[in-house]
Ligand binder design. Structure first.
Ligand SMILES: Cc1cc2nc3c(=O)[nH]c(=O)nc-3n(C[C@H](O)[C@H](O)[C@H](O)COP(=O)(O)OP(=O)(O)OC[C@H]3O[C@@H](n4cnc5c(N)ncnc54)[C@H](O)[C@@H]3O)c2cc1C
Length: 734
């Protein structure tokens, strides 16, 4: 199939949501094909515009395409020859004007957010990633053992691949299409392996940065949001200074996440890459106390600010006894530990909350030698926001859970805590609510014996810092969601300060968007209204994997430190995958950046050819059924109709070394020996395919091939003698 044929195929993709570029392309096609443009000159201009728009939709447009389209559209809109041409010109002109950002983003990112422009649709994993990382590309590079290249691809969107390889909440894996066949690809863990390997081999490098532009940007907060913004601005040539209250960089990655999950060396090594780029850090400096925005502007000449202060304040339990007795908030407890203060908070400890912070505090208490550690949570286990793996590991380490437990009071004697007074809860659905709500059960009071209570019920943004900035009703900093600009010109914000307590990768995504917003601010470019489209960083071929291997490879189990050892040490719990497991895991990827699961291959095999060999059940999002790539070979005849109808060259068929090979994104679905012409030796196709053609030929009364394998040309010669008609076979890829 040639590319010029392909746009006709993508018109028929019914599942894709509308995209203005695709709509314009279809509008032009309809007008041209419908013969509405009767004058040859208007028709020629419309065809030229259509070809240029096609290039945009197919990711092959350059910077001159959109200006060229505009010029031609003007010509068409003023065409004196025909009213219809003028009408079409005006419509396309309006399309371009109303959707300028979409057209430009197709050219710049080579991506179509809606997936309507088939070749440019990002894979679900990439779309799900708040930082928009090109997951299929780096997974493929990891599968090829090209770890440094994989890290280079990741760092175009996220400067912290190693950190994220250890603690990311992995939204990509939740969207991984492989999960519909068996289990998602272990994207997070193989990223960690690649980063560690690239570092250990000395191949973890910074990209070249632009020459200095002399403009100064001040960033407040050295968490993932602040550091990401610093990294991308520095690469663009800005002079960046990061102000940080703590003695070192990392934010909650350092002071919140315990080192048994994220060793400090990992943060230090990735943060040091920023210093290598020239980013300056001012530690132990509290913004709005040690320095102010006015001083930074007037005395130091900073022209733009990025406020990435996170959500450092904790919510109180607001129950009797809380003010009277000394409790310690989980965030403060974890911060103390990160700063080296490793004091056991009590002998018997209750942690209140059901999120990851509560679990981190509980598991840290175990490591500090607390005799009993109980997590009290007001909903049930299923409603817990904490990562299930973290919960299971906590249980292995001896943490106990008290579910459906509502705090009532902290009780004690002589200024010391002796218990945590609670009530049992039942869960009820509340009108308009998305989660079940806990309601206290009358006369169900009970006391958990303890000498310390650690509240871990969430964080909020500090409203004393930069109070002039407009806040939302949740007290987070209000920003324009795409540029991350606050209502104060030249001041931007992202991360937990904007979202409330969220995740590392969301902070990274926000920091990256803010760097782009700040760059546009300096250059006087209007801020976009559309959310950014993830960028396809490379177009790699697929790794070849036999169907049997694709099906039998299993997501590897992460080896863990044994629980007994974990109870006494802050040593990293996850021991990491080995190289063999990592490369095999990458081979499980279905390359959804190439196969968009449009189903045309299935339809043509079933409906047009009547074979129905392609049972790719995972194509149906809503009703996934079991897929076994190995079964396809049972029925496939190797006709190639699926490959010819695939709009994205995901399905391929080729003749090689005496075999016809059908592959879907590198997964070899069928290999059949080729039969050669008995007369001239030309390749004719696999036996099953010839039998299939033979059956069709028989219906037109030709029985020459029943006896012998003869190619079309030789058959034609014989048919000329006998006067019979013949059909030709589909052309194969070389
Ligand atoms: C215990 C815990 C466990 C977590 N586990 C995970 C996890 O496993 N995976 C995950 O993805 N996310 C996790 N998170 C969430 C994640 O760490 C945060 O969402 C992320 O760090 C937010 O990044 P940020 O840059 O917006 O803010 P932060 O990381 O909070 O960084 C803000 C920085 O600003 C500094 N700062 C604040 N005020 C000032 C000031 N006035 N002057 C100077 N500096 C200031 C702070 O000291 C801090 O260094 C966890 C959070 C906690 C608390």
């Amino acid at each position: 199939m040639t590319e010029s044929q392909a746009p006709n195929n993508i018109d028929q993709l019914s599942t894709a949501p509308p995209c203005p570029v695709n709509d314009t392309r279809l509008r032009l096609d309809r007008n041209i094909a419908g013969g509405i443009l009767s004058h040859p000159r208007s028709r020629r201009i419309a065809e030229e515009i259509r070809d240029l728009v096609n290039d945009v939709a197919w990711g092959r447009a350059g910077n001159d395409h959109i200006p060229a389209i505009r010029e031609l559209v003007e010509e068409l809109a003023m065409d004196p020859n025909a009213e219809e041409a003028r009408k079409l010109g005006l419509q396309v002109k309006a399309d371009l004007k109303d959707n300028q950002e979409v057209f430009e983003s197709h050219v710049q990112t080579r991506n179509c957010a809606n997936g309507a422009c088939t070749r440019l649709a990002p894979a679900p994993c990439q779309t799900a990633c708040p930082a928009g990382i090109d997951v299929p590309t780096y997974v493929t590079l990891i599968g090829q053992g090209k770890y440094a290249e994989a890290i280079e691809i990741i760092r175009r969107d996220n400067p912290f691949p190693w950190v994220c390889g250890l603690v990311c909440t992995r939204p990509c894996e939740y969207m991984c299409v492989r999960g519909r066949i068996d289990t998602p690809v272990s994207i997070k863990s193989i990223k960690a392996f690649a980063a560690e390997r690239a570092f250990s081999e000395g191949n973890y490098a910074n990209p070249l940065k632009a020459a200095s532009n002399g403009r100064k940007v001040c960033i407040v907060g050295a968490g993932p949001a602040g550091m990401t913004c610093a990294y991308y601005l520095s690469l663009k040539g800005y002079d960046v200074t990061v102000i940080e209250a703590m003695p070192s960089a990392g934010g909650m990655m350092l002071t919140g996440i315990p080192r048994y999950r994220l060793p400090h060396e990992v943060i230090d090594r990735e943060a040091a890459m920023l210093e290598d780029l020239g980013v300056k850090f001012r530690f132990n400096t509290v913004f709005d106390v040690d320095t102010t925005i006015d001083r930074l502007k007037k005395e130091e000449g900073f022209e733009a600010f990025f406020i990435a202060i996170g959500a450092q304040r904790c919510w109180d339990l607001n129950i009797p006894g809380e003010a009277e007795f000394a409790t310690i908030k989980a965030i403060h407890f974890l911060r103390n530990m990160a700063l080296g203060i490793r004091r056991r908070p009590g002998r018997r400890v209750v942690i209140v909350g059901g999120g990851n912070v509560a679990i981190d505090a509980a598991r840290s208490c175990v490591r500090l030698g607390c005799e009993s550690v109980t997590v009290a949570y007001r909903r049930s286990r299923d409603e817990m926001p904490a990562d299930i793996e973290e919960v299971e590991q906590a249980e292995e380490e001896g943490v106990t859970f008290s579910f459906l437990t509502i705090p009532k009071a902290i009780v004690g004697e002589n200024g010391r805590i002796t218990g945590f007074d609670c009530q049992r809860a039942r869960l009820v659905a509340k009108e308009g609510g998305t989660r079940l709500s806990p309601v206290p059960i009358a006369d169900s009071d009970f006391i958990i014996d303890c000498d310390m209570v650690i509240p871990a019920i969430g964080q909020r943004v500090d409203d004393d810092i930069y109070p002039e900035l407009k806040r939302t009703r949740r007290n987070t900093i209000e920003v324009a969601s795409v540029s991350m600009e606050t209502r104060t010109p030249g001041v931007f914000s992202a991360g937990d300060a904007v979202l409330g307590p969220a995740t590392v990768v969301e902070a990274i995504g926000g920091g990256k968007r803010a760097a782009e917003g700040i760059d546009r601010y300096f250059n006087g470019i209007p801020q976009p209204k559309m959310p950014p489209v993830p960028v396809r960083r490379k177009r790699l071929g697929c790794i070849e994997v036999p169907a049997a291997a694709k099906m039998t490879l299993k997501r590897p189990e992460m080896p863990h430190l044994i629980p007994e050892r974990r109870k006494t040490t802050f040593q990293q719990v996850e021991l990491g995958l080995d190289e063999h497991a990592v490369q095999n895991e990458a081979r499980r990827c279905l390359r959804c950046d190439i196969c968009l699961r449009c189903g045309k291959c299935i339809a043509v095999c079933r409906d047009k050819m009547g074979i129905d060999a392609l049972k790719l059940g995972y194509f149906d999002f809503d009703h996934p059924v079991k897929t076994d790539f190995r079964k396809i070979a049972d029925r496939c005849i190797g006709c190639g109709a699926c490959a010819m109808n695939c709009p994205n060259h995901a399905m391929t068929i080729k003749d090689k070394d005496g075999e016809r090979i059908l592959s879907l994104c590198g997964t070899i679905l069928n290999r059949q020996p080729l039969v050669c012409c008995e007369q001239c030796g030309a390749v004719m196709g696999p036996r099953r395919y010839l039998d299939f053609v033979q059956k069709r030929v028989e219906t037109v009364g030709n029985d020459i091939r029943v006896k012998r394998d003869i190619c079309d040309n030789c058959l034609r010669e014989q048919s000329a003698l006998s006067g019979a008609e013949i059909s030709t076979s589909p052309k194969m890829e070389e």
